[in-house]
Design a protein around this ligand. Structure first.
Ligand code: CMC
Length: 379
């Protein structure tokens, strides 16, 4: 029996105050920097959302111009980082491991000790897309594309990935995605970032740890498998049979269930709306319809499977659909999540440092007691 004072998984434990995002898990609502998700995500540029998180309000036109220029000027990564990513690509290291290694090297930039946390935050947000895109191009045997300071954050990322300027629709689709997942309370990776900086360590270390936490399939690693599932479902033509088989064999259905939401994740609706455009225009409406059917069947069968839990669609379901629609390769889905969430990680790190208290919980000891030392030859 687990001691009742032990909060496994820190479920329902509140450990910080934040002005960054508010989640209402019962009603399925998300507010970012005071704005309802549905209003902010489809309208803001990622730079506007980032400014909102870092400064507590939306920027004026002049402020935004300066902010965009500062961020754009920090995008290039050192040659040494490119060398490391080349090695990672040659050895087939997965994308998130490459991102973790590449972003850790952001500290190679010259240091201005006075502004260290803010500088680190800017470097981490500006360089993470460059790290991900550079890795991906090298992985595909292509030369990296230098960032273009004249392009916005989202447009430049797509440009660095493909080598050509994206369409307005693609930029808007990605921007909506980046805004939707930028912050979400004390999720595992954000908590990791806060724990690291609470020791008065640096923001790049916080971000590096957070990348590691995001990578797992219970957090940010789900959208790749969601896409595989949707492609299989679409091919099988039998969503119900497919989902039933998965649940009967004891597998978790990727893209469903959430620690906080007891209803449909509000980000699913925003991402689904954003995704629809791509499938209407590309003529692959069938795939989108199959995804919607898989969602309906998934929710219905999870209700049968675990009636008391209210398992419903989470953010990763339509993340997969939207990113696939934009043309992002599935191997990069979690890295693109990191391109966005690094905004939240850094905002939380700065918030933590602003009013820091070392995060240091306790554990109940359940191991052996009363042992006596035995010399090695007697064991
Ligand atoms: N499919 C099937 N069963 C599920 C699912 C699912 N997607 N989610 C939860 N359950 C079951 C689970 O098997 C468990 O049953 P039992 O008590 O018999 O072992 C019960 O529901 C409770 O699950 P839990 O793991 O204790 O719940 P949690 O709050 O720790 O898990 C979760 C939340 C997101 C990790 C989980 O729902 C899950 O594994 N979902 C699938 C992976 C996924 O989509 N991950 C993306 C998460 S959303 C993005 C983010 O926040 O980063």
């Amino acid at each position: 029996m687990v001691d009742s004072s032990v909060h496994r998984g820190l479920e329902d434990v509140t450990v910080a105050e934040t002005r960054l995002s508010r989640i209402d898990g019962e009603n399925g609502e998300l507010v970012i920097g005071g704005y309802p998700l549905e209003e902010l995500a489809p309208n803001a540029t990622f730079e506007e959302t980032l400014y909102l998180l870092w400064h507590g309000r939306l920027p004026t036109r002049d402020e935004l111009g300066t902010f965009e220029a500062d961020l754009a000027s920090a995008r290039s990564i050192p040659d040494e980082t490119v060398g490391l990513l080349r090695l990672a690509a040659e050895r087939g290291v997965p994308a998130m491991d490459a991102v973790r290694m590449g972003i850790a090297a952001a500290t190679l930039a010259p240091t201005d000790a006075e502004q260290r946390p803010e500088r680190d935050a800017r470097l981490a947000v500006a360089q993470l897309p460059t790290v991900a895109a550079t890795y991906w191009r090298l992985r595909n045997g292509e030369d990296p594309v230098e960032p273009d300071e004249d392009l916005g954050h989202a447009a430049n990322f797509l440009y660095m990935l493909t080598g050509s300027e994206p369409s307005d629709d693609e930029v808007r689709g990605l921007e909506t995605y980046l805004n939707s997942v930028v912050d979400h309370g004390l999720n595992a990776s954000t908590f990791t970032a806060r724990v690291v900086v609470s020791t008065e360590s640096d923001v790049v270390s916080g971000v590096t740890g957070a990348v590691g936490a995001l990578k797992g399939p219970l957090h940010g690693g789900a959208p790749g498998p969601v896409l595989e599932m949707l492609l299989d479902v679409s091919e099988s033509g039998d969503p119900e049979g497919y989902v039933r088989d998965k649940l009967e064999s004891g597998e978790r259905l990727m893209g469903f269930g959430h620690r906080v939401y007891e209803v449909r994740d509000p980000r699913a609706a925003v991402l689904s709306d954003a995704a629809e455009t791509f499938y209407d225009e590309s003529g692959d409406a069938e795939f989108f319809e199959a995804a919607k059917e898989a969602e309906r069947v998934g929710v219905e069968l999870l209700e049968e499977h675990k009636p008391e839990l209210g398992l419903n669609t989470n953010v990763e379901f339509y993340t997969a659909v939207l990113l696939h629609g934009i043309g992002i390769p599935r191997e990069l889905f979690t890295a693109v999540f990191a391109v966005s969430r690094v905004g939240g990680w850094t905002a939380h790190a700065l918030e933590q440092l602003d009013d820091n208290r070392l995060i240091r919980p306790r554990a109940t000891y359940v191991g052996e007691t009363d042992r006596r030392w035995t010399p090695i030859e007697e064991r």
